[in-house]
Design a binder for this molecule. Structure first.
Ligand SMILES: [Zn+2]
Ligand SMILES: [Zn+2]
Length: 282
């Protein structure tokens, strides 16, 4: 199985478990690397120095047994300078601008998204999606990220509350343009299992058609559970690996500390990432 996760939340932001509890659970799962990625955005912004201190403490505690990295999930509407010293950055887009001019989260509830769509985009979901992808296309430049987080978060509620057709050209065109633009930056794209492992969606981000396109754009991937609790640290990994293989990817990336202490990116064949149980099934 894949023994690493780099999208991990804790009680420093909106997670249910402390960093120490997450590290213990990861170690029990046999993880080789665990990357923390607390939120820094208009809603949740951690005490970043305290967070770094705690992750550094855990890194020392697990030295030689499991490699621990201090990353961050930086929203493009938050201050990039506030996360100086983060070992890696997941760049995410969680907000559009509401009718009141304030940041409006697009992933909280369907009702809030529907209200935003009605008030700002005249009820036209395709216009709202296009605005989202216009914003998403800027995430690398605004955050200086290494990883593009949950690329198509705008589709968060679309399985439970179908509001637009993800196969419609009005949806796909802006999505693919943003994706191709971001792929050219060399950022890794996250396959994010957060909505799948919490039962919110039947798919990972990016959804299968976008993931196929991502492969054709030559981008590299990194798999993340977006765990907000210890029990979901590897939640959805097998599904993510299967989908990546279907889309033609051969390997996924893991981050680790190199010999000089800097963070390096290593490629792991996807064929080695399925859990033993899944291998027996197939
Ligand atoms: Zn996020
Ligand atoms: Zn997250």
């Amino acid at each position: 199985m894949l023994r690493a996760n780099f999208h991990t939340h804790t009680t420093f932001c909106d997670g249910k478990n402390t960093p120490a509890e997450m590290a213990e659970a990861a170690y029990r799962l046999g993880f080789e690397q665990l990357g923390f990625s607390g939120h820094m955005d208009p809603t949740y912004h951690m005490d970043f120095p305290a967070y770094r201190t705690e992750i550094a403490r855990l890194r020392a505690e697990y030295a030689g047994r499991m490699d621990i990295l201090a990353g961050v999930e930086l929203d493009q509407r938050w201050l990039a300078q506030s996360v100086a010293g983060a070992e890696y950055v997941i760049g995410s887009t969680h907000f559009l601008t509401g009718a009141d001019g304030e940041d409006a989260a697009i992933d909280w509830t369907f009702e809030r998204s529907e209200k935003l769509c009605r008030e700002v985009y005249g009820g036209d979901w395709y216009r709202m999606c296009a605005a989202f992808y216009d914003e998403e296309a800027r995430v690398a430049e605004r955050t200086g990220c290494h990883i593009i987080g949950h690329f198509d978060l705008i589709s968060r509620f679309n399985h439970e509350h179908p509001a637009f057709d993800e196969a419609d050209r009005r949806y796909l065109k802006p999505a693919l343009e943003a994706m191709e633009y971001l792929a050219a930056t060399g950022c890794l794209f996250e396959i994010n299992c957060g909505a799948l492992n919490r039962g919110w969606r039947r798919d990972v981000y990016p959804a299968l058609p976008l993931l196929k396109a991502l492969n054709s754009f030559g981008a590299s991937i990194i798999i993340g559970s977006d765990a907000h609790e210890a029990g979901l640290l590897n939640g959805g990994f097998d599904e993510a690996v299967r989908r990546a293989m279907i889309c033609g990817f051969k390997d996924t990336c893991v981050l680790a500390h190199g010999a000089d202490g800097g963070v390096v990116c290593r490629r792991v064949p996807l064929a080695d990432c399925l859990s033993a149980e899944t291998e027996r099934e197939s």
